[in-house]
Design a protein around this ligand. Sequence first.
Ligand code: SPV
Ligand code: MN
Length: 630
Amino acid sequence: MKYEELLKQRMSGESYRKLTALDNGKVMDFIGAFTEHCDPASIFVCTDSESDIQYVRDQALKLGEEMTLKLPKQTIHWDSYGDQARDKVNTRYLVKKENFESMKALNSVEYEQGYAEIMDIAKGIMKGKPAVVLFFSEGPTESPFTIPCIQFTDSWYVAHSEHILYRSAYSHFLKMKDSEKDGFFRFIHSAGELDENNNTKNLGKRRIYMDTQHNIVYSMNDQYAGNSIGLKKHAMRLAISKSGREGWLCEHMFVMAAVNKEKDRKTYFCGAYPSACGKTSTAMIPGEQIVGDDIAYFRNTGGEFRAVNVENGMFGIIKDVNAKDDPVIFENLMKNQEVIFSNVLIGPDGMPYWLGMEVDAPKKGRNHFGAWHEGVKDAKGNEVDIAHGNARYTMRLDYLDNIDQKGFEAKNGVKVEGVLYGGRDSDTTVPVEESPDWKDGILLKACTLESETTSATLGAEGVRSPSPMANLDFVSYPLGRYTMNNIKFGEGVKDAPKIFSNNYFMRGKDGHFMTSKLAKKVWLHWAEGRIHGEYDAYDTPTGKIPRYTDLAPLFKKHLNEDFSEKDYAYLFTFRCTKWIEKLERTKAFFKKMDADTPQEIFGYWDAAIAKITGAREKYGDEILPGVYEA
Ligand code: SPV
Ligand code: MN
């Protein structure tokens, strides 16, 4: 074997034995090639054993990438001040010349040029540092959904995070048949040279280059988990390409169960929402059960539409998590159990503090800026908040009491009956609407998703940004083809889930939100009832909406609120011009993103516009619920 001597030299006998026990030449080649190229001082091979996983935790502390908090099982980690979110500009696909034209809109770099650049940056980047090799699975291990992955990194924070967020899969690798031995995703990561705070120094050379053909991602000079962790958004992009080739789906979705106690039934939903549109809060609605909060795989299993949560934990936004709004998560963040806090403040009392925590916070401490005190300004003269707005917590999902443990562990996933696409606008999309069928749902609900930036002035109209399937940052092949694959997948199962749209952000004439934060529970339970054939609905030009007589009792039952008929009429009015404008924006966006989007898709939207135009002529621009006839 080409790298035998080199690997023996950099590894303990024990680590070398663990690696060779896999009897996998592809694994040896991957580890060997990057050991030679990145030049780490040593390499630890991590199996699924508790002692190996403990070693990873200990190293993160020993090397100063994490610190313990007052509750000793909790740790804190900081990323560089300029490495606090995903770097969209420097995250690119490596694309061969012949495919470059079709991938231009997706931030690509020409293959040879990009490969040379990233390999140049990676050369010797681990010099003097101890590195670690880890084995994980996307989805449950040893299941039809499993994608085995290897992470090679010099960040023990990354390694530690992945042990919380994913299922360890060394034993899965041990059991791989010869024919499966090349079928794993490869992630090579280095935090690069570190400064005195153990933060990446060369942020100007931060690059995340993805090769979806060879299932490898190179991530250099970064620490923020969204940039560094191979298993999360990098694997997601590889999986989207792979699923497109193979005929399944990888979606930016939660998986949850709506629980109907009266009827003694559990109904699984998946949901995609652009950021700040209610994804986590929907997955965590009190009284329901969570299976996953971020990424789902869908497969057709014997004609059934089945889903798994790809992950084992949550990398959640901590801003605004407090005892009142997010009691389940907040309680867990206050317990002495394994949680990594990132980019929050550690106070003089050794406790973590963040934005929107709603407690008396200290006036000084240490955070992502370094030594912090109230009023301190950064180099640009901006006042530094107590924590970053994108500060996070990393925590196992099974700490939550509302987990659906059986669904979470199911090797064959759960059968999905409803899919939710939730956007954010103040004046167009009704709170909940059902699609006539799967294809309508993809083209009218998923493709038209938008989020709206909110202005500080109440009622001012925000800017709408398109967010098809809430997945645009991760779609790794042309958008039109991805859309067609979504349609085909749902049409290929026996009974495709019903698709619903959500919008929790409709505002009244005075600019205020029209419903309380928990109204989403009512929309969900209306959808749950529809799936089981329980409510009648009114037609609209784009789908089916609830009747007042069904919603009012649901508001009473779930929230003990009186829902007025006046609010209902306002919320569920069909606004023709607004919808035509929305469809025109969608068309323009798809044209811009993928010139090869199939004509049939544009034809569908043109027909929808014609239908709405006809309705406007007949009923006027604003159509009250119950007036329109299909
Ligand atoms: C998201 O931004 O969609 C996340 C966090 O889930 S990150 O890991 O940064 O992608
Ligand atoms: Mn996400």
